[in-house]
Design a protein around this ligand. Structure first.
Ligand SMILES: NC(=O)c1ccc[n+]([C@@H]2O[C@H](COP(=O)([O-])OP(=O)(O)OC[C@H]3O[C@@H](n4cnc5c(N)ncnc54)[C@H](OP(=O)(O)O)[C@@H]3O)[C@@H](O)[C@H]2O)c1
Length: 245
């Protein structure tokens, strides 16, 4: 049986855990060459092993996305190793705790804007020459319920996630001459480490595992989603489309 992403090169941030890991493994299963970014080298090595066991290929890149000064070096290290980039999935993220705006510390607030807004946009900027070399490419920003719901206590995290919808639209306007799609995806509440920290009160059984939303990411990466451009989407709306396609 042919695999959906044979010969494609897909970079995934946050690939060492949760959603990013599930997306990385699913891309590997579909034949992609996966570039897996994260800080935890042991966890990345496990992801590499599981992708290789599925018959895929994986290049692990231990990388701290807070270190903006290293982004250029990352591009230089990759540009001669890979001919192009067909997909870039932004799944990295963290939050120590939810806090009302009244009390949030400046450092915590700034870190949320850095990892959830500056990092995905600046990494996209840095990888753009490789994305532009692909015949078609898909960039996915992972957002959350705050994309269109007003919820308290998420300070910089919520503000950054809401801004990603505009980011995808802005990228799409600016990159008209190439077949690159920029979209924002809300997976909904998913049972991961980040979820455990923020929604500790909810029983894990009330929340689906990452594998349940992976297909929405694969759909947006695939040619079937070629008409989705500059949009904000919810995995719950896309999953029926993936079953039909
Ligand atoms: N879980 C949910 O309910 C939910 C809902 C909506 C949106 N989201 C979003 O989904 C994305 C994935 O989160 P998750 O739930 O899968 O959480 P997770 O299991 O905690 O995974 C977070 C990932 O981000 C990576 N990461 C964090 N800071 C990093 C940094 N400075 N540099 C490089 N990598 C970094 C972590 O890797 P290392 O530890 O190896 O650095 C890890 O792989 C996040 O953007 C999150 O905001 C989650």
């Amino acid at each position: 049986m042919s695999k959906r992403f044979e010969q494609r090169i897909i970079m995934i941030t946050g690939a060492s855990s949760g959603m990013g890991r599930a997306v990385a493994e699913a891309c590997g299963r579909e034949g992609a060459n996966v570039i897996a970014l994260g800080r935890d080298e042991d966890a990345l090595a496990e992801v590499q092993q599981s992708i290789e066991a599925l018959g895929g290929r994986c290049l692990c890149v231990p990388f701290d996305l807070y270190r903006f000064e290293d982004y250029g070096r990352l591009f230089l290290a990759l540009k001669d190793q890979i001919p192009h980039l067909d997909g870039l999935v932004h799944c990295a993220g963290e939050i120590k705790r939810c806090t009302p705006m009244q009390y949030v510390k400046a450092e915590d607030f700034r870190r949320m804007l850095d990892i959830h807004l500056a990092a995905p946009n600046l990494l996209t900027q840095m990888m753009l020459p490789l994305l532009r070399r692909a015949k078609t490419a898909s960039v996915i920003f992972t957002t959350c319920d705050m994309i269109d719901r007003d919820l308290p206590n998420w300070h910089g995290y919520g503000l950054a996630k809401r801004a990603l919808g505009y980011a995808a639209a802005m990228w799409q306007f600016e990159q008209k001459d190439k077949e690159i799609r920029f979209n924002t995806l809300n997976p909904g509440k998913i049972r991961t480490e980040l979820f455990r920290r923020t929604y500790g009160g909810m029983h894990p059984k009330e929340v689906p595992p990452p594998e349940d939303v992976v297909e929405a990411y694969l759909y947006l990466l695939s040619d079937a989603a070629r008409n989705h451009r500059g949009k904000t989407m919810h995995a719950s709306d896309l999953l029926p489309a993936t079953e039909a396609s």
